[in-house]
Design a protein around this ligand. Structure first.
Ligand SMILES: Cc1cc2nc3c(=O)[nH]c(=O)nc-3n(C[C@H](O)[C@H](O)[C@H](O)COP(=O)(O)O)c2cc1C
Length: 399
């Protein structure tokens, strides 16, 4: 049996699946259900002193869209868009002291962890809430420098507004890491031009780990009404964002030697494996739990374990970062010998889809037969992508 245990910032997790800070972790009863479903940890809904963020939560709106951009109604599409607006924990942060101690005790009995999350309005309050989280016996806390909504609100000086300012982000990280002993993880925003420099800045300031990456701000239009869904801009994500999240993750994994919790776009265990192979130690899941229920957690944990057993990965570390390390630079790719398309006529059905998509005029039709011109073929592989028969067209080194 593969070993699913993970060490993240010195805290031992029984498996790499954690429920991220959001609605599934916004109450004691929700947190307990996440833990019962097998989560190795939960990040509590972000604790705050910000009235603006409380107001936002009390005005929460959600729209889940299908691939066409319509409300999905019925069976959840694999590539849904979760378009939503919600703030931080609705209760005053002081009230969470009791919730933290109770859920931490519950987690401990299940060999799991409750992780704090903080998003305050002033440096003093960031430090105060971090101390409260530590006093409640919590072993790890996340700073929410990524929440997309403050960018749309005059009164909410928190979330991604901090993540967009590497100097302030570093000062705040330093103030907090100097005031508490527990490891502090920084959750970053993708809405910066150079995410690696922000990650480096908070590392230098004392961050023990990173969460990569919070959500984007989006604009989703209902063409029937001619208006945006939920009346305006909102946070946006969903499984289709995974390829973007993984790019941030791979860049940071390459450049910043800190443990990373990956989030944004995980729908099932396959996605979780992609996050690990890109460089994540832990995975944080949110909207799939909101839409499929707590069983999504169990399915991801079980699926990761089964995949590792089948493929013979002894532990999570054996998979971590392998895809990022296998990634070639453009220059390295250009230096490789050119490969050319070749057709297996036993398999080719002459459907001609490859011809339609060859934009270098290397594929032509001769009678019913598709022919390839190796002088024109540049080995781009689009023909392989569109071919419905595996192996009927391959791109390979010339004999
Ligand atoms: C409705 C909603 C509320 C969220 N609230 C928070 C929050 O309070 N704090 C935080 O750090 N992230 C928050 N997030 C971001 C999630 O924790 C998570 O990182 C993000 O949704 C990407 O994961 P997913 O693709 O599994 O949904 C929220 C996301 C959603 C959709």
């Amino acid at each position: 049996m593969s070993d699913l245990k993970v060490d993240f910032c010195g805290v031992k997790f029984k498996n790499p699946v954690v429920v991220s800070s959001a609605e599934p972790t916004n109450s004691v009863s929700h947190i307990k259900k996440c833990l019962d479903a097998g989560a190795a940890g939960v990040v509590v809904k972000t604790l705050t002193d910000s009235e603006a963020m409380h107001t936002l939560t009390n005005n929460s709106r959600y729209a889940v869209l299908n691939e066409k951009g319509e409300l999905f109604r019925g069976r959840l599409p694999r590539f849904y868009t979760f378009y939503s607006r919600s703030g931080f924990a609705k209760e005053p942060y002081e009230q969470w002291y009791a919730y933290l101690t109770e859920t931490q005790e519950y987690a401990r009995e299940r060999d799991a962890h409750v992780i704090g999350s903080i998003g305050a309005s002033t440096p003093e309050k960031w430090v105060e809430i971090a101390k409260m989280v530590e006093d409640a016996g919590i072993e790890l806390a996340e700073l929410n420098f990524g929440c997309p909504h403050p960018s749309q609100m005059k009164e909410a000086k928190t979330g991604m507004l901090i993540g967009q300012d590497p100097v302030f982000a570093a000062e705040l990280t330093h103030a907090i890491t100097s005031a508490v002993k527990i490891p502090i993880v920084v959750k970053l925003t993708p809405q910066v031009s150079d995410v690696v420099s922000v990650a480096k800045a908070v590392k230098e300031a004392g961050a023990a780990g990173l969460t990569v990456i919070n959500r984007f701000v989006g604009f989703a239009v209902n063409i029937e009404t001619g208006k945006p869904y939920i009346d305006g801009r909102a946070g946006v994500g969903g499984p289709w964002v995974k390829v973007l999240a993984l790019n941030y993750l791979s860049q940071i994994h390459e450049a910043v030697p800190l443990p990373i919790a990956g989030t944004n776009g995980i729908y099932d265990w396959r996605d979780a494996i992609e996050f690990i192979m890109t460089g994540a130690s832990l995975m944080q899941v949110c909207t799939v739990v909101m839409l499929k229920g707590y069983k999504a957690i169990t399915e991801i944990v079980d699926g990761v374990g089964k995949f590792m057993d089948e493929k013979g990965y002894a532990n999570v570390a054996a998979m971590r970062g392998i895809a990022t390390r296998a990634s070639l630079t453009y220059e390295e790719q250009f230096a490789r010998p050119k490969r050319k398309s070749a057709i297996d006529y036993d398999l080719c059905t002459s459907c001609k889809l490859c011809v339609r998509s060859c934009w270098y005029d290397a594929l032509t039709v001769d009678g019913r037969k598709v022919k390839t011109d190796s002088d024109k073929c540049i080995g781009c592989e689009l023909c392989v992508s569109v071919c419905p028969v595996p192996g009927a067209i391959r791109v390979q080194a010339p004999a």
